[in-house]
Design a binder for this molecule. Structure first.
Ligand code: UGA
Length: 444
C-alpha cells in the first residue's frame, strides 16, 4: 500500500492504530515524546497487555512497516498525521488541551516547511469546538497557511475498547469523520477504503458534530450502566428481587439492547470517568443543566461502596478480618487499573481496618506498584481466597467462573462470597455458601 502516515502519541489508541495500519502494509511512523517508550517499542515491547498486540507489534517493527521515534521531523515524509495524544482532566474535571496543543504546534512547524499538502486527523477525544477554535487557528497562525486549502483537518474519533483494541480497530462498528472540507474527507476516506477494502458504516459530518458524537457515545453507554445499577439497588430492596430477571424481560423489547446493561460494581477505566466529567463541565460552561450526567457519575461513584456497606453490616467491625479480592483490572482482558473500582473498594476496606489479599490474572504488577506493602498480592486465585473471611469478585475474568462453591468452602476461613459482577448462578451458589450478589435481594 502506498500510503504513509504518522501517528502522534503512542498510547492505547495511537499504538493500536499504528500496529493495525502497519500490519496491512501502510507505512507508519509513530511519534511519542516518551524516550523510554520508544526504546521499549523498538524492542517490540508494547508496555501494556492487549490480545495479539505484542505479536503484531514485533512483526511490524521487524519488517519496518512501523517505525517509531521521538523526533517530529519524521512527520515530514508522511502524507497525513493522526493526533492520538491523551486529553487528561484538569483539576476541575474539564478537558486539559495541553498535550493536543503541544502536538499541534509541533506538526504546524513541519507543515510550514512542507511543500505538499498535509492532512491532520484529530483522533484524540476533544471537547466540541476544540478543532475550530483551538487546533485550526493554531495551525494557521504558525504555518501562515490556510486550512482547507494548503493543509487539511479532519476530526475522526476512536471507539475501540481496551481488551478488544486490535479487533475493534480491524472491525469497527462505524467510522465518524468530520470536516468542513469535502476534499479532506475524501482523502481520509480513501485511506480507510484501502485499509478495510469494504468501508465500515461511515458518518460524514462537520468538526463539532464529530467531536460531540464521541462524548455522547461514551456518556450514553455510561448512563445505561448507571441506570441498571440504580435498578439493582431497587431489586435488592424487594423480596426475591433480581436485576438479571428485570434485564432479561426489558431487553425482549426490541427497543432496548441488552449491551451495557450489566449491573455490577460500576464502570472504571481511562475513558468513561474522564469523559463524563469533561462533558459535565462542558454542559455547565454552555449553560445546560448537566443533571443527567451528574446522576450517572454519582451512581457510579457510590456503587463500589455498596459492597463495603454490606460487609460492614455483616461483620460489624472489620478490624482483623481478611478479605480477598478477585479481579483488579478495570475490566477483564486488560492489565489497566486506571480508575478501577477495585482501588476504591480496597482503600475503603483498609480504612476500616481489614486485611486485603488480592489477585488478578494480568494486573497484579500494576496493583503491586499502586498499593506497595499495604496489601498482599497473590499469585493464584486459590492462594488469594485461602484463609479469608469474605471474598469479593470485582472483575469478571473467565478463570473465576469455574470456581465452584465447594472450593470457596474448603479454602476460606469463613465462606462468604460477594459476586460484584454476577459471575455465578445465584440460586446454585446461595444454596451452598453465604452468597450475596449485586442486584439480588438480601432477603433471599
Ligand atoms: C470505552 C468505550 O466502550 C469505547 O467505545 C471507547 O472508545 C473508549 O471507552 C474510549 O473512550 O477510549 P473502555 O473504557 O475500553 O471503552 O471499556 P468498556 O468496555 O466500555 O468498559 C468500561 C467500564 O464499564 C468497565 O469498567 C466495565 O466493567 C464497565 N461495564 C461495562 C459495566 O459495568 N457494565 C456493563 O454492562 C458494561
Amino acid at each position: 500500500m502506498k500510503h504513509s502516515v504518522s501517528i502522534i502519541g503512542l498510547g492505547y489508541v495511537g499504538l493500536t492504530t499504528a500496529i493495525c495500519f502497519a500490519s496491512r502494509g501502510i507505512n507508519v511512523t509513530g511519534i511519542d515524546i516518551d524516550k523510554q517508550k520508544i526504546r521499549n517499542l523498538n524492542k517490540g515491547n508494547a508496555e501494556f497487555y492487549e490480545k495479539n498486540a505484542q505479536k503484531m507489534l514485533q512483526k511490524v517493527i521487524k519488517n519496518g512497516k512501523l517505525k517509531v521515534s521521538d523526533n517530529f521531523d519524521a512527520v515530514k515524509n508522511t502524507e497525513m498525521s493522526f493526533l492520538a495524544v491523551n486529553t487528561p482532566s484538569k483539576k476541575n474535571g474539564s478537558m486539559d488541551s495541553k498535550f493536543i496543543l503541544a502536538a499541534t504546534k509541533n506538526i504546524a512547524k513541519i507543515i510550514k516547511e512542507k511543500e505538499e499538502h498535509h492532512l491532520v486527523i484529530v483522533k484524540s477525544t476533544v471537547i466540541p469546538n476544540t478543532t475550530l477554535k483551538t487546533i485550526i487557528p493554531t495551525l494557521e497562525k504558525i504555518t501562515q497557511k490556510k486550512c482547507g486549502k494548503d493543509f487539511g483537518v479532519v476530526v475522526n474519533p476512536e471507539f475501540l475498547r481496551e481488551g478488544n483494541a486490535i479487533y475493534d480497530t480491524l472491525h469497527p462498528n462505524k467510522i465518524v469523520m468530520g470536516s468542513d472540507s469535502k476534499k479532506d474527507l475524501r482523502k481520509l476516506k480513501k485511506l480507510y477504503i484501502d485499509f478495510y477494502k469494504k468501508l465500515p458504516k461511515t458518518v460524514e459530518t462537520n468538526y463539532s458534530n464529530a467531536e460531540l458524537i464521541k462524548y455522547v457515545n461514551n456518556s450514553f453507554l455510561a448512563t445505561k450502566i448507571s441506570f441498571m445499577n440504580f435498578v439493582s439497588r431497587i431489586s435488592e430492596k424487594i423480596e426475591g428481587g433480581d436485576v438479571e430477571i428485570i434485564k432479561k424481560a426489558i431487553t425482549l423489547d426490541k427497543r432496548i439492547s441488552p449491551l451495557f446493561l450489566n449491573a455490577g460494581l460500576g464502570y472504571g477505566g481511562s475513558c468513561f470517568p474522564k469523559d463524563l466529567e469533561a462533558f459535565r463541565q462542558f454542559c455547565i460552561k454552555e449553560g445546560i443543566n448537566p443533571r443527567l450526567i451528574e446522576d450517572t457519575i454519582e451512581i457510579n461513584n457510590s456503587q463500589p461502596l455498596t459492597v463495603v456497606k454490606l460487609i460492614k453490616r455483616r461483620f460489624k467491625k472489620l478490624n482483623g478480618k481478611n478479605i480477598s479480592i478477585l479481579g483488579l483490572a478495570f475490566k477483564p482482558e486488560t492489565d489497566d487499573i486506571r480508575n478501577a473500582v477495585s482501588i476504591t473498594i480496597i482503600k475503603e476496606l483498609l480504612k476500616n481496618g481489614a486485611k486485603i489479599k488480592a489477585y488478578d490474572p494480568k494486573a497484579n504488577n500494576n496493583m503491586k506498584k499502586y498499593f506497595g506493602k499495604k496489601i498482599t498480592i497473590s499469585d493464584t486465585s486459590t492462594s488469594c481466597i485461602k484463609g479469608t473471611d469474605c471474598c469479593i469478585i470485582v472483575t469478571e475474568w473467565e478463570e473465576f467462573r469455574n470456581i465452584q462453591p465447594e472450593r470457596y468452602i474448603r479454602l476460606m476461613r469463613n465462606p462468604m462470597l460477594i459476586d460484584g459482577r454476577r459471575l455465578y448462578n445465584a440460586k446454585k451458589y446461595s444454596k451452598k455458601i453465604e452468597y450475596h450478589a449485586i442486584g439480588v435481594s438480601y432477603f433471599n
